[in-house]
Design a binder for this molecule. Structure first.
Ligand code: ADP
Ligand code: MG
Length: 687
C-alpha cells in the first residue's frame, strides 16, 4: 500500500520515535504502554490526565475532610502492629492541628522502622473513616530525610492499565516532555492559535498545572490543532474525490417505482426529498459522497434501498456494510424480503471462513447485484465486479479510513463507486459539516407517521417485581419485550449476570418464552435468538447492549434497562429507539440501583422529557459539565484524542477557515500535522 509518508521521514520526527528512545523505558515498560495504545513519544505527550492531585500544599490534619485526598505532614506519635492473622501496621500521625491514623496491610520491617514513634513524615492519601476514626490506608509517604512529597505543580492522574503504576507512567510522560518540548514544531502561527499559548506551553501546563490555574485555554490549543488537522485532511480527500469520475446512473427508475408500489406505506416527505437528492447525485459525473443523518427510527433503511435500486438498475453492484453481524443479518433479511419480488437476491458477506472462496467468487460475479455484510467486506481478498455504490450503515462506528478502504474497492481506472453513509447520531448541521467535511449532508428530520409515543419511567431496582408483573401482562396481551442488562465490557462476570437474569425471568414468567442474546455468542446463535424474537415464539429477549445499534423489531413495545445509571445518555437514547417502532405505544422502564447520583438523576430526567436526539446530545454535554476537562465521551461522535465537537463547537468556524487556508497553502505543514494527530496515518496514502 503506498504511503504518503515514508518510513525514513517519520523516523526523523522526535514525536514519531518509539517510546524506547526515552531514558528509563525498556521493552517491558514499552509493552505495558502499548496496552494503552501508547507506542511513540508523541502518544505519551498526548496522553492527557483525567484529573489532578494537589500536593502543592500541606493541609493541617483538622482541615482534611473524610473522602478528601491531601498532603499532610506530622510526627508519628504512636505505632503498633495489630491483628494476628492479617497483621496491619497502624500509626498515629499528629500535627499542631490534630491527629489521624495511617494504616498498612502490607509492610516490611524496614517500613516499620521508618515509621517509628518520633519520626517526622509527610503522607499523601485519601482520608477515610476507619474503625478508630479517620485514617489513610496505604498512603504514599516520605521520611524527613528523603525528598519531600511536596510538589510545585498539581500532580497528573492518567488513565492507566493493570501492571502499569501511576508513578511509572508519570515518569514516562515527563521523559517525553523533556525529549520533545524544547524543539516541538509549532505548526500554527500565533495569529491562528485560539489563545496566546504555544502548543508546547499548553502541553506543559496540562501535564502539571500550577494550582488554581484555568486550563481551558491550554486545552483549546490542543483541540483546535486536532480539529484543524482532521478538517484539513477531509478537505484534501474531498478535493481528490472531486477530480475523479463516478459511475453515472441515469435510469428510468423502474425498479424503484415497483418497490414503492409493493411497500405497505408511503415514504415520508423527508424520505422522498432525500431520495430525489440522491438520484440527482447518481446521475452526475462525480461520484456521490453523501452522509444521511437521521435519528433512530427515522427510516434510513428505506432510503438506502431506494438508492440501491437506482444503481442496480444501471447495471452496477451495491455493497451495504453494517458495524455488527447482527445488524448485517437483519439487513439481509429486510432487503431480501423487499427485493426478492424484484428478482434481486442479496448475498451476505459476514465473517469469511466457511465457504469463503465460494463467497468471494460470488462477489466477483456480475450477476450478484446486492452484497450485504460487515467489515469482512473490505478484507483484501474480497473483490467486487462493477461496484457502483457503497452504503455504510451506522457509519459513526467506522473510521474515515474504513470508509475510504471500502470505496476504494469500487475504483476502476478513474471511476469510483458512489458512497452513502448513514448515521443515527444526530448532531447539529454545523457540527456535521465539520465531522463530514468530505461529504455532502442530508438530514431526515421527520419520523414516519403512526408512531405511538414511548413513555419512560425510572424505578428503583427494589421494585423489580412490579416490572416483572408488568412484563407478564404485556406478554399475555401478545406484546414483545426486551430486558437489557447494561454491561460494561461483556466480561465473564457480566455474562454470568445476563445468564442469571435469563434464568430468573424464565422462572418468573411461566409459559412465556424467554430468549437470550449477547455479544459473545456465536453468530449463528445470535441470528437464531434474534430471529426467534423478531418472528418466532420468543416474547421476552434478555439482551446486552448488542441490540443498541439499529435492531428493528416493530412488535417490541416494552423495554426494561437494568442498571440504567451506568449508561450514558446517547446510549440510552439508542436503546430506547428499539421500541415504539410499530403502531404499539412503547414503554421504557429504567431500573436503577439507589441511591442515584445527581448525574444519573439528570440523565433520566432528560430522557423522560424528550426523545429528540439533537436535544439529548446537547444535554449530554451540559451534564458532563465544564468541570470535567477530559471527560468520557458518550456522544457517539468520532473519537478525537482531545477535541470534543460539542464542547468545542465555538471553535468550529475558525477551524473550517484555518483548515481551508492550510489546504490551499502548505502541504509540508499539513503533513506534519497529520503525522501528529492522525493515528491512521499510514492508511492515508491509499485514500
Ligand atoms: P433507522 O433510521 O433507525 O435505521 P429504520 O430504517 O430501521 O430506522 O426504520 C424504522 C421503522 O420504520 C422500520 O420498521 C421501517 O419499516 C419503518 N418505516 C420506514 N419508513 C416508513 C414510512 N415512510 N412509513 C411508515 N413506516 C416506515
Ligand atoms: Mg438503521
Amino acid at each position: 500500500m503506498p504511503s504518503s509518508i515514508s518510513a525514513d521521514a517519520a523516523a526523523l520526527v522526535p514525536c514519531e520515535r518509539p517510546v524506547t528512545v526515552l531514558p528509563g523505558i525498556g521493552p517491558a515498560l514499552a509493552e505495558r504502554l502499548a496496552r494503552l495504545e501508547i507506542r511513540t513519544v508523541g502518544d505519551l505527550l498526548f496522553h492527557l490526565p483525567v484529573r489532578y492531585e494537589d500536593r502543592t500544599r500541606v493541609v493541617p490534619i483538622r482541615q482534611v475532610a473524610v473522602g478528601q485526598s491531601a498532603l499532610v505532614e506530622g510526627e508519628v506519635v504512636a505505632s503498633a502492629v495489630v491483628g494476628r492473622a492479617r497483621a496491619s501496621l497502624v500509626c498515629d500521625l499528629a500535627d499542631e492541628s490534630g491527629r489521624m491514623g495511617v494504616r498498612f496491610f502490607h509492610f516490611s520491617p524496614a517500613q516499620r522502622r521508618k515509621l517509628e514513634v518520633g519520626t517526622r513524615v509527610s503522607v499523601y492519601g485519601e482520608l477515610r473513616q476507619g474503625p478508630q476514626g479517620p485514617e489513610m490506608v496505604h498512603p504514599e509517604y516520605r521520611g524527613a530525610s528523603e525528598v519531600s512529597l511536596r510538589e510545585t505543580t498539581l500532580t497528573p492522574v492518567y488513565p492507566t492499565t493493570e501492571g502499569l503504576s501511576m508513578n511509572a507512567l508519570r515518569r514516562a510522560v515527563r521523559a517525553a516532555l523533556s525529549f520533545v518540548l524544547p524543539d516541538l514544531a509549532e505548526y500554527l502561527s500565533e495569529a491562528l492559535r485560539p489563545s496566546g499559548l504555544t502548543l508546547a506551553t499548553a502541553l506543559r501546563l496540562l501535564h502539571g498545572p500550577p494550582p488554581g490555574f484555568d486550563l481551558t485555554p491550554a486545552r483549546a490549543v490542543l483541540a483546535f490543532e486536532e480539529l484543524v488537522t482532521h478538517h484539513a485532511h477531509l478537505l484534501t480527500l474531498r478535493h481528490a474525490q472531486g477530480r475523479s469520475l463516478g459511475r453515472k446512473c441515469r435510469v428510468p427508475g423502474r425498479l424503484l417505482a415497483q418497490f414503492l408500489e409493493t411497500l405497505p406505506f408511503t415514504p415520508t416527505q423527508a424520505q422522498a426529498t432525500v431520495i430525489a437528492m440522491i438520484r440527482r447525485d447518481l446521475e452526475g459525473t462525480r461520484p456521490m459522497r453523501r452522509v444521511l443523518q437521521g435519528d433512530v427510527g427515522s427510516g434510513k433503511t428505506l432510503v438506502a434501498a431506494a438508492a440501491a435500486l437506482l444503481v442496480i438498475e444501471a447495471g452496477y453492484q451495491v455493497a451495504i456494510m453494517a458495524p455488527t453481524e447482527l445488524l448485517a443479518r437483519q439487513h439481509l433479511e429486510t432487503f431480501g424480503s423487499w427485493m426478492r419480488p424484484l428478482g434481486i437476491e442479496p448475498l451476505g458477506l459476514m465473517r469469511l471462513r466457511v465457504g469463503a472462496e465460494a463467497k468471494r467468487a460470488q462477489a466477483r460475479d456480475r450477476k450478484t447485484q446486492l452484497i450485504i455484510g460487515t467489515q469482512a467486506m473490505f478484507q483484501e481478498e474480497v473483490g467486487f465486479e462493477r461496484l457502483g455504490l457503497v452504503i455504510i450503515d451506522e457509519q459513526h462506528r467506522f473510521g474515515v479510513h474504513e470508509r475510504q478502504a471500502l470505496t476504494a474497492k469500487g475504483r476502476s481506472g478513474a471511476r469510483r463507486a458512489h458512497l452513502l453513509a448513514m448515521s443515527a447520531t444526530p448532531i447539529p448541521r454545523t457540527l456535521a459539516q465539520s465531522v463530514y467535511a468530505d461529504l455532502d449532508l442530508s438530514i431526515l428530520d421527520e419520523r414516519p407517521p403512526g408512531r405511538a409515543p414511548v413513555t419512560t419511567v425510572a424505578l428503583a431496582e427494589t421494585r423489580r417485581d412490579e416490572v416483572v408483573a408488568r412484563m407478564r401482562a404485556a406478554c399475555v396481551s401478545g406484546a414483545k419485550a426486551y430486558w437489557v442488562c447494561a454491561l460494561i465490557d461483556e466480561g465473564e462476570q457480566d455474562l454470568k449476570a445476563a445468564g442469571v437474569l435469563h434464568a430468573e425471568l424464565a422462572r418468573a414468567l411461566p409459559g412465556v418464552n424467554v430468549g437470550l442474546i449477547h455479544g459473545r455468542m456465536k453468530a449463528t446463535d445470535k441470528d437464531r435468538a434474534m430471529e426467534d424474537f423478531a418472528r418466532g415464539p420468543v416474547q421476552v429477549l434478555v439482551a446486552t447492549t448488542v441490540i443498541e445499534v439499529g435492531v428493528d423489531v416493530p412488535t417490541a413495545s416494552l423495554l426494561v434497562i437494568e442498571n440504567a445509571e451506568r449508561l450514558g445518555l446517547a446510549q440510552l437514547h439508542q436503546l430506547r429507539g428499539r421500541i415504539g417502532r410499530g403502531g404499539l405505544p412503547g414503554h421504557c422502564v429504567l431500573l436503577y440501583k439507589p441511591p442515584l447520583g445527581d448525574m444519573a438523576r439528570s440523565r433520566i430526567a432528560c430522557l423522560r422529557e424528550t426523545d429528540d436526539g439533537f436535544v439529548i446530545a446537547r444535554r449530554d454535554l451540559e451534564l458532563r459539565g465544564a468541570g470535567e476537562i477530559f471527560g468520557a465521551r458518550q456522544t457517539g461522535l468520532p473519537g478525537f484524542r482531545v477535541a470534543d465537537l460539542i464542547r468545542d463547537e465555538a471553535l468550529l468556524p475558525m477551524v473550517a477557515k484555518t483548515a481551508a487556508a492550510l489546504v490551499q497553502g502548505d502541504p509540508a505543514l499539513l503533513l506534519g500535522l497529520r503525522q501528529r494527530w492522525l493515528r491512521e496515518r499510514h492508511e492515508l496514502g491509499s485514500a
